[in-house]
Design a protein around this ligand. Structure first.
Ligand SMILES: [Zn+2]
Length: 74
């Protein structure tokens, strides 16, 4: 979740970024506008997860996340 000063992990409440660490830890931000064929028609939801909670979440997946190494071109 986001306030004006902070990004907080919705799952564990850890502060992911604040004014002291504006470029700190990596995290996952999800925004979703649910449409007509959902039970949340017209609802917009968003959340943030720290890397640790993201790892815990994807460990539950039946199919692993697609992953590839990024080669930095400097
Ligand atoms: Zn977390």
């Amino acid at each position: 979740m986001r306030t004006e000063e902070k990004i907080i992990c919705n799952c564990c409440k850890k502060v992911i970024r604040d004014q002291n660490f504006p470029f700190g830890t990596e995290y996952l931000h999800v925004e979703k506008e649910w449409g007509y064929f959902s039970n949340k028609d017209g609802e917009r939801q968003e959340f943030d997860l720290c890397e640790s909670c993201y790892d815990t979440l994807i460990r539950k997946f039946q199919i692993p996340v697609a992953s590839q190494e990024i080669i930095e071109l400097l």
